[in-house]
Design a protein around this ligand. Structure first.
Ligand code: FAD
Length: 508
């Protein structure tokens, strides 16, 4: 079957890898000049600054995706990080007033760290907590994450797993479960903040989202040799080696269909006017935009129109020559003093957090080639409301950028350093890049926006169209988006076998 993949983001590339593995004839059409989409690259003055993800987890999913295209996963070296994170806790105006905790890769080292900062009781709890997280992950992935759903009733197709999930406490609040394991409020934050990656308040998220904590704390964090952008490059190389044709600077303007309601796709039309005829289209742009721009304004599924989108991020990328602050690690989470009020501001009020917790990544600590000698590559990320919030970014952009710069300087970054490259990205920039509501993190993972309730990767109104990426199943983040490529390829196989998507009224 001839398949066009529109977009060479991680989702589109993962789909291409699986599709060539299934012997389809694949052409990837990307509007940009290089692969990666949100996992982009700013290369300037000898710096290589990754514009998107910095925390890479689930190395086995990366390996499976490369292997699907017939590439040896060892060709992409994944460097394990230790510590995974350095977390600082503010108190009394001192950014480290409540201490520093290193999340260590090795279980024994982590036990020692917790014993030193919080006592042996908490260290013993850590073992029990990891056992719980591991069981949760093993239960959720095959039954609820790495699978396609046609209708919500499919949830009940594994009643045993559903029952085990309920019994494990997964439908309770994550914060309650974590606080049963740990009395120390710093550890409670450290093992629940990951809910924010799914667009949820750690105080309100269900414990099912503990799987995200599993993905970093238990399964480990990595950096591809050469930086994060080496990942999309490796996937693109694998798809090409497997037989896919990759075309860059080839924006798609329209998905073509047979005339009449419910007409199947016949190909894509590029902005240049060229038509590429195919049997099936896999679309990777942000899901609501596929409908609005490429399908002549067809209404996106109801949940994509009316659902709740994740908070966004203000990102200040810097290449600077000069020293790092003492103790700085590859990933540094600087927790503010506020906790509950921060999530209230971010998720309910739609205003800047008064005392934000921020993530500072300095990948050149692990991979010096990302900066010229004596320099470092920095990624300063502050969670901010998406464009449904109450910040007028056209007016407040400079103020927000300066506030972030002052905060990182107070934390000791860039002291005695010369900034040589910088770039600031706000939600209006994400919107201009084609991201709904100005967030790169898509629909949040509220329960009714997850699994069978998330926009499906097929739509009965457009036979032969398959969606891929963070707007559809299973969801947001590098591991999920790679899995979405596998799930998309499964849908292509169904289409090739003559199975039409089942209508689901709940999706409209
Ligand atoms: C700042 C930031 C930090 C992040 N941090 C992390 C992290 O630490 N860990 C993690 O796991 N995840 C993180 N993420 C999330 C992760 O990067 C995304 O979930 C993932 O990369 C999304 O991939 P995608 O394939 O869905 O979309 P995209 O990468 O957006 O891919 C869509 C592709 O389609 C192309 N396209 C769009 N329109 C057209 C058209 N008309 N014709 C042709 N091509 C088109 C785009 O150019 C793009 O290449 C982060 C994201 C950002 C932005």
């Amino acid at each position: 079957m001839r398949v066009a993949v529109v977009g060479a983001g991680l989702g589109g590339l993962a789909a291409a890898c699986h599709l060539v593995g299934q012997r389809h004839d694949v052409v990837v059409l990307e509007r940009g000049a290089r692969p990666g989409g949100r996992a982009g690259l700013l290369a300037e003055a000898g710096y290589r600054l990754d514009t998107g993800p910095s925390v890479l987890t689930m190395a086995d999913i990366v390996a499976d995706t490369l292997a699907a295209a017939g590439t040896d996963p060892a060709l992409l070296e994944l460097v394990p990080l230790d510590p995974l994170y350095r977390a600082t806790f503010a108190a009394g105006g001192d950014p480290e007033g409540a201490g520093v905790i290193h999340v260590r890769r090795d279980r024994e080292a982590m036990r020692e760290e917790i014993t030193a900062v919080a006592g042996s009781g908490e260290a013993r709890s850590f073992d029990r907590f990891c056992t719980w997280l591991t069981a949760l992950y093993r239960l959720e992935v095959p039954h609820f994450i790495d699978r396609n759903f046609d209708v919500p009733a499919d949830l009940a197709s594994s009643p045993g797993a559903l029952l085990a999930l309920v019994r494990s406490g997964a439908l309770r609040r994550l914060s309650s479960v974590v606080s049963e394991y740990f009395a120390d409020p710093r550890l409670q934050r450290l093992f629940s903040f990951q809910a924010l990656y799914a667009g949820l308040s750690p105080l309100e998220a269900l414990a099912v989202y503990g799987v995200i904590t599993y993905m970093d704390t238990v399964a480990g964090v990595y950096l591809p040799r050469g930086g994060m952008h080496a990942l999309p490059q490796a996937l693109a190389d694998a798809a090409r080696a497997g037989g896919a044709e990759l075309r860059f600077e080839a924006p798609v303007a329209r998905i073509r269909r047979r005339p009449g309601r419910g007409g199947a796709v016949t190909g894509v039309e590029l902005a240049s006017g060229e038509v590429v005829e195919v049997d099936c289209v896999v679309a990777n742009p942000d899901l609501p935009l596929v409908y609005r721009l490429l399908l002549d304004g067809l209404a996106p599924p109801l949940v994509a129109r009316r659902g709740e989108y994740s908070p966004s991020a203000a990102v200040w990328l810097v290449g600077a020559r000069g020293p790092l602050p003492p103790g700085a690690a590859h990933h540094n989470i600087h927790f503010g003093e506020d906790w509950a009020p921060s999530f209230e501001a971010l998720l309910r009020e739609g205003v800047p957090m008064r005392d934000p917790s921020i993530l500072v990544s300095v990948p050149s600590v692990t991979e010096p080639s990302l900066a010229p000698p004596g320099g470092h590559a920095y990624d300063f990320l502050e969670p901010v409301p998406n464009l449904d919030g109450r910040i007028d970014w056209a007016y407040q952009r400079e103020w927000m950028r300066d506030r972030l710069e002052q905060r990182v300087r107070r934390l000791g970054y860039l002291e005695g350093a010369t900034v040589e490259v910088e770039s600031f990205t706000d939600p209006l920039d994400w919107l201009r890049q084609g991201m709904e509501r100005g967030t790169p993190f898509s629909l949040s993972h509220r329960f009714f926006q997850t699994g069978p309730f998330r926009p499906a990767n097929v739509d009965a109104r457009v036979p032969g169209l398959v969606l891929v990426g963070s707007g559809t199943v299973p969801g947001v983040g590098v591991p999920m988006v790679l899995l979405s490529g596998r799930l998309a390829a499964e849908r292509v196989a169904e289409w090739a076998a003559g199975r039409r998507p089942r209508p689901g009224r709940w999706r409209r």
